[in-house]
Design a protein around this ligand. Sequence first.
Ligand code: NAD
Length: 469
Amino acid sequence: MERRGAVTFDDVNPADGSVIAQVCAADRGFVDEAVAAARIAVNGEWGAMPVRDRATALYRVASAIEARSDCFVAAEVADTGKPVALASRLDIPRAAANFRVFADLIKTAGIEAFHTETVLNYAVRKPLGVVGIITPWNLPLLLLTWKVAPALACGNAVVVKPSEETPATATLLAGVMKEAGIPDGVYNVVHGFGVGSAGEFLSTHAGIDAITFTGESSTGAAIMAAAAPTVKPVSFELGGKNAAIVFADCDFEETADGLAEAVFLNTGQVCLCAERVYVEQSIFASFVEALKRRAAALIPGWPMDTATTLGPLISKEHRSKVLSYYDLARAEGATVVTGGGIPRFGDARDQGCYVQPTLLTGLAEDARCVKEEIFGPVCHIAPFQDEEEAIRMANDTKYGLAASVWTSNLKRGHRVAQQMKAGIAWVNCWFLRDLRTPFGGAGISGIGREGGMHSLNFYSELNNICVKL
Ligand code: NAD
């Protein structure tokens, strides 16, 4: 629904700075209407729908996303500047997969029961009600549907607020919901910003029963404070400063390929990207060279060109932040192995938000560039002497989202992975995800776990029934 007289803001293509669309910012009244529509839906047909029918509706949503895949891909690429090959391979297929996985799960989700001679306790699963969903710009539809799908599977209605940088695919999803026969009011989109805007209106709203959020740790803290007066349950997936540990006995080429992906995928704008790479001393110099070769092989280009492997950053503002870390790294004494600046194209891309892929060495472990999340195509590579030192350095962080360990010694792989302060630790791989597994962060990287049954439990109210026999 368009709002009369609404304030609008620009949706900008980060590849060349062109304006794609004008977006209506939701005011407080509009957020009230969205929450009210969601309440009616959850108290009506949707909340009462048998689980099997709800699951069937979610399968239809998945198929409808796939049927309109080209449209979703084009919108995601225009909003984010990510390479079309990546959006086609990752973002949009995963959005459809999110609906399938949670439709499957809700049909088979069991309940807890405890039976003694005299008493039977069992749990029943009910919707929480109206869930507020606030998401970032890096994997817009993928991360939004990661929350929408389980919330709907559990019978909730949702009000989503996508990032102001990437409003398109959340809006397209509304059309798909309608096409798939999801009742009106189940899925509502409000656009806008954080403080003093739709994000704040949603997280403080008395009619919102829970908030699920993905974004920066500091934003999570602000949302937690905003949600506190109404004691809303929160689930937070936040930032990271993820470490990779490379042992000398790794499969060298496979590890270099894997880490090039872990550092540069989506121009380094994945919360799981590795920004700290620790390499065993004996292969340090050759590994730095191997990563440098892979950085040089990246193809920065127009996002819709299928050959492009490195798109722009999301915005001018974010580019200034990343470039300020490139400068800070030099000031902190780093050696810039490659990159450290802006590429020049000689065309409209020079008005975009590109930066060079960058490798740093030589920083102290307490340097800000080693401590703070940069969220760009950059990592610091440092040598280590032994396993103990590698674990200590990897865990010396306030974050705790992800880690990866690269070794051909499987025993060591398990041992080191289990000692990582991280919600997920990969061994000889990165970014492989089974959507049924727990996902979340330690430290300031998050609160709670989503994925599989963990998502269903967050998005449900479990009531215990206690029967004297
Ligand atoms: P952000 O925190 O700036 O914004 C995320 C969303 O929150 C946006 O929709 C924004 O409008 C909204 N928002 C901002 N301030 C708000 C406020 N005070 N109240 C309510 N809403 C508010 O994050 P971003 O820059 O969009 O995304 C990048 C960050 O997200 C990085 O830190 C990255 O690590 C993190 N991230 C984490 C995960 C994960 O799964 N842990 C996944 C992707 C991204």
